[in-house]
Design a protein around this ligand. Structure first.
Ligand code: MIC
Ligand code: SF4
Length: 643
């Protein structure tokens, strides 16, 4: 039987297990990336593992999230990361070099290689034919130390693209369509591969928009073939030698096929508060808006920015609308500055932001109360913008720019003729903001620079024979990591200080959770479907760990968060019968009397609700390896014990 693109890369990198859907496989990792909001913790973990020099082909640390320096904390983290990189063999992308995924695609991504990153949008690299997967910081630390990265062998979905996009319809509209078809949990346990004649019409940055936002499907990753278009992109980046061709075999088998005719697509929006709540722009047209933000790792390529500049040229942003623009990389910003496009944006009244994640992660530009904000980003979860009642719509750069000029939702297809955007034959290449690590002989002389806000990894303990704990929180379906561990300008600087950041844990859902959990000493959190969707932030597991959460009992989990819970030594349990969700209330006394025995024997977990006098079962699906991790009290302890 022929292989899919992802199966070919997996086959070349598998070091443990078998390529059978549903089984645990270990992959050799060629490249890693971290960003600064998850990076400090990842490097503390790397230090704790005790490997002196990274063992990957290339590891890069980016500074792009915590760029607002309203206190010493973020700057201290940046300094810490830089010193770790120098000592331990990691490339350091300085603040100002911009967003990790965009820069990695431009400068380091290689078709056929494996990449894991401590950020859920790492699958952006799938646009260039990499097997690029988002993971928790600890998984990245282990991979930097030469350890394998474990996933459950996913099913394969093919998205077959036919036809060609109409003018003004763009790659963002394709992924919004896929989200409409598959939903935010439709990709769990799957890799999404793009194919069909339609892909030949899409440049690498457009493909990367699609694989980037594949994270919102809950998919393990998304990937495009590596073809002539990939080669041209690499050539324009001065990296033609990094090209290898990669395609699926003609007889490759897919578990699911989705057909999308690009010619039939129209501009779309993901409406509040979920990336799969899709409506055509034509249906929203005419409604007043307050803010437009253009940028993020989804839509800030040279092509996107040139398109925006061409729409804004000679016009003025509508009265009552704030338009902010953050190009995705220094390369893009510099090219716009040199070719005059930046001038067109400034003249139109755009507020040019530092090229970083910025508003996407609530680092400034929170909309006004109840404000309607159109963003070219990938997530519109409640409260993520920093304004609790903000109404965030995710749209293409074309829709965003057109609407910024009119002050109402505007279908860009009404704009008349679309300007031709030429992809440059050669991008502006200047890697002066990437610092290479020190040579091995000098590493011992390098001092690691720590700030007072950088606190160690929280204390863990091996799995106890039984757990007696109250339910400290009961939440519903689709709880995101932004609910569990909110971000934003005020909280993000605490990413390297778990005791402090844990005071904000779940406060979006229940302000009293942190103090209640602490008071209870140990507790259990109960939730619904797709618990933990969104970010890869392991803080959504480490803060609960610090607050004494022993188990999370839900109807179903999102992939990365479930792995992060296991890494933190917190039991990820699912109800055998989802109806049992009703048999627990906030504050109920719960008991897992035989938990360790049951885990060791691979049995269902007995749960007793002492308050309601109910008894039922939960599942804790573990492989041999994850079972040992849970018993050891988390991946760090396990790695220290097992080398
Ligand atoms: C996000 O988009 O939510 C983030 C911020 O990039 C996160 C990582 C983090 O929380 O630091 C992600 O997507 O993994
Ligand atoms: Fe940054 Fe937003 Fe992309 Fe996350 S989704 S990496 S916060 S730009």
């Amino acid at each position: 039987m022929g292989l899919t693109i992802a199966q070919k890369i997996i086959k070349n990198h598998i070091v443990e297990g078998e390529m059978v859907v549903g089984s645990d496989i270990g992959l050799k990792i060629d490249q890693t990336l971290t960003q600064d909001a998850t990076g400090t913790m990842a490097y503390l973990e790397f230090e704790a593992i005790g490997v002196p020099r990274v063992k990957t082909e290339k590891s890069v640390a980016y500074i792009d999230h915590n760029t607002l320096q309203t206190g010493f904390e973020n700057a201290d983290d940046h300094r810490f990361i830089q010193s770790v990189c120098k000592k331990h063999g990691i490339y350091f992308s300085r603040p100002g070099n911009r967003i990790c995924h965009q820069v990695h695609l431009e400068r380091f991504g290689k078709p056929g290689k494996t990449l894991i990153g401590s950020d859920s949008h790492t699958p952006t690299g799938g646009g260039i034919g990499m097997l690029a997967i988002g993971a928790g910081g600890l998984d990245v630390a282990v991979a930097m130390g030469g350890g394998a990265y474990y996933i459950t062998m996913p099913k394969m979905v093919k998205v077959n693209l036919t036809g060609a996009l109409k003018p003004w319809v763009s790659a963002k509209d394709i992924i919004l369509k896929v989200l409409e078809v598959m939903s935010v949990k439709g990709g769990v346990g799957k890799i999404v591969e793009y194919g069909g004649e339609g892909i030949k019409t899409l440049s690498v940055p457009e493909r990367a928009t699609i694989t980037n936002m594949g994270a919102e499907l809950g998919a393990t990753t998304s990937i495009f073939p590596s073809d002539e278009i990939t080669k041209e992109f690499l050539k324009a980046q001065g990296r033609e030698e990094d090209f290898t061709e990669l395609s699926s075999d003609p007889d490759a088998e897919y578990d699911e096929v989705i057909d999308i005719n690009l010619s039939e697509l129209e501009p779309l929006a993901a409406c509040p508060h979920s990336p799969d709540n899709i409506k055509p722009i034509s249906e929203l047209a005419g409604q007043k808006i307050n803010q437009v933000c253009i940028g993020s790792c989804t839509n800030s390529s040279y092509r996107d920015m040139m398109r925006v500049a061409s729409i804004l040229k000679g016009k003025t942003v509508a009265d009552g609308v704030s338009l902010s623009i953050a190009p995705g990389s220094k390369q893009v910003l510099n090219m716009l500055a040199l070719n005059g496009a930046l001038g067109d944006m400034i003249a139109a009244g755009a507020r040019i932001l530092e090229s970083a994640c910025g508003p996407c992660i609530g680092m400034g530009q929170s909309p006004n109360s109840g404000g309607i904000s159109l963003r070219t980003f990938n997530r519109n979860f409640e409260g993520r913008s920093g304004t609790k009642d903000g109404q965030i719509y995710l749209v293409s750069p074309e829709t965003a720019a057109a609407s910024a000029l009119t002050g109402v939702f505007t279908d860009p297809t009404t704009l008349g003729e679309e300007a031709e955007i030429e992809m440059p034959e050669k991008f502006l290449i200047n890697d002066n903001m990437i610092i290479a690590p020190a040579p091995v002989e000098e590493m011992d002389n390098i001092e690691i620079l720590r700030g007072p806000n950088i606190k160690p990894y929280p204390a863990t303990s091996p799995l106890a024979d039984k757990i007696e704990a109250s339910c400290s929180l009961k939440v519903g379906d689709n709880i995101t990591t932004d609910h569990i561990m909110p971000a934003g300008a005020k909280i993000l600087p605490l990413r390297s200080n778990i005791p402090k950041i844990s005071q904000h844990c779940f406060t979006v859902c229940d302000q009293h959770f942190p103090e209640r959990a602490k008071m209870l000493g140990q507790s259990i959190v109960v939730g619904g479907e797709n618990y933990g969707q969104g970010s890869s932030r392991e803080h959504a597991a480490l803060a609960p760990l610090y607050l004494g959460v022993k188990a999370v009992l839900v109807k179903s989990f999102a992939r990365i968060h479930r792995a992060n819970l296991i890494n933190a030594g917190i039991l990820p349990l699912t109800f055998v019968d989802p109806a049992d969700y009703e048999k627990i209330n906030l504050g109920d006394q719960l008991e897992l009397p035989y938990v360790k025995q049951e885990i060791m024997e691979g049995k269902n977990i007995t749960v007793i609700n002492r308050t309601l006098d109910e008894k039922f079962e939960a599942v804790c699906e573990l492989t041999d390896r994850t079972r040992d991790i849970i018993i050891a009290g988390g991946l760090l302890d396990y790695t220290k014990e097992n080398g």
